[in-house]
Design a protein around this ligand. Structure first.
Ligand SMILES: [Zn+2]
Ligand SMILES: [Zn+2]
Length: 257
C-alpha cells in the first residue's frame, strides 16, 4: 500500500512529526509515503495551515528523512494546496525552486467568478457547488496538480441532490477525463460521522453519485488516507475506502507516479 495524503503537526490541526508517520507506515509495510501537509501561502494566511516561514524546514526535514529511511520506505515531498488563479507563479516555484514532487489540489476554499471568497464546508446553496467545480476544473487545466483530493468534498453540505449538484459532478468528471487527472477517493470522509442527509443516511463523502460518474468515465482513482494522526496512515478506514472503491467498480491505481 501507498499513501500520498499525509499531514503533520505543522498545519496546527494534525498530530505527529514526519518521522512518526514514517514509522507507522513502515510498521504497516507500506512502500511509498507522500507527505502533503496543508500548504502556506506567502502573502495570505487562510488559517489552519503551516506558517510560510516553516515551509523550508518541512522540506529539509523530508530530505533528511528520505535519506535516513531510504532502505525502508520511499518518501515523497508534496503539499495539499488550494487553487487561486493569482498564485500560478507560486505553484510553479514550489515545483521547481522548492523541489516538490507533487501538489495535491485540496479545494477547501476558493474565490468565485464574482471575486467572493468561499469556504466549501459552508456552502450557502448548491450554486456554490458550481463555483467549486469551476475552481477545480481551472486548477486541473494548469497542469500544476498531480491529483485532486476529495473532489466530492461539497457533499459535506446537506442539500437535496439537484441540477446544480449533478452539473458540478459532471463538470469535474469531464475535465478530469480530458486532463487524464487522478482523483482521490478520500478515507477521511469515512472517519467523519455517518448521518441523515436530505438524500439519505450516508457519510459526508465519498459520495456514490459522484463516483458512479467517475466509474463511467474510467477515471483513475487513488485511495487517500488524509491522515491527521499517525495511527490513521493505513487504518481500517483506508481499507474500507479501498474496498468500497473496488466494489463501486472504480479504476483504482496504487501509485501517483
Ligand atoms: Zn487537514
Ligand atoms: Zn488533507
Amino acid at each position: 500500500m501507498n499513501n500520498y495524503h499525509t499531514h503533520t503537526y505543522r498545519c496546527h490541526h494534525a498530530f505527529g512529526t514526519e518521522e512518526d508517520y514514517i514509522q507507522k507506515a513502515i510498521e504497516q509495510q507500506m512502500e511509498e509515503l507522500g507527505f502533503s501537509d496543508h500548504a502556506p501561502f506567502p502573502h495570505h494566511d487562510y488559517g489552519l495551515r503551516m506558517a510560510y516561514e516553516e515551509l523550508d524546514d518541512y522540506l529539509l526535514t523530508l530530505d533528511r528523512l528520505r535519506e535516513q529511511y531510504q532502505n525502508r520506505i520511499r518518501l515523497l515531498k508534496g503539499l495539499e494546496i488550494e487553487y487561486y488563479a493569482d498564485c500560478d507563479s507560486y505553484y510553479q516555484r514550489l515545483l521547481t525552486e522548492k523541489g516538490l514532487d507533487y501538489l495535491l489540489l485540496g479545494a477547501h476554499s476558493f474565490v468565485n467568478a464574482e471575486g467572493t471568497f468561499k469556504n466549501i464546508f459552508f456552502a450557502e446553496s448548491t450554486n456554490d457547488f458550481l463555483d467549486y467545480a469551476d475552481n477545480v476544473c481551472a486548477a486541473m487545466q494548469t497542469g500544476f496538480f498531480r491529483c485532486v483530493a476529495h473532489p466530492d468534498l461539497f457533499f459535506i453540505n446537506d442539500f437535496p441532490i439537484d441540477k446544480h449538484t449533478e452539473e458540478a459532478c459532471r463538470r469535474i468528471i469531464e475535465e478530469a477525463k480530458k486532463q487524464d487527472m487522478i482523483l482521490e477517493f478520500n478515507a477521511n470522509g469515512y472517519r467523519r460521522i455517518r448521518q441523515n442527509y436530505a438524500d439519505g443516511l450516508r457519510y459526508p463523502y465519498p459520495h456514490r453519485y459522484f463516483w458512479k460518474l467517475a466509474k463511467q468515465a474510467g477515471i483513475r482513482v487513488i485511495i487517500g488516507s488524509d491522515c491527521h494522526v499517525p495511527v490513521h496512515v493505513c487504518d481500517h478506514y483506508v481499507l474500507t475506502a479501498r474496498q468500497n472503491a473496488l466494489q463501486w467498480g472504480l479504476n483504482v491505481i496504487d501509485t501517483l507516479f
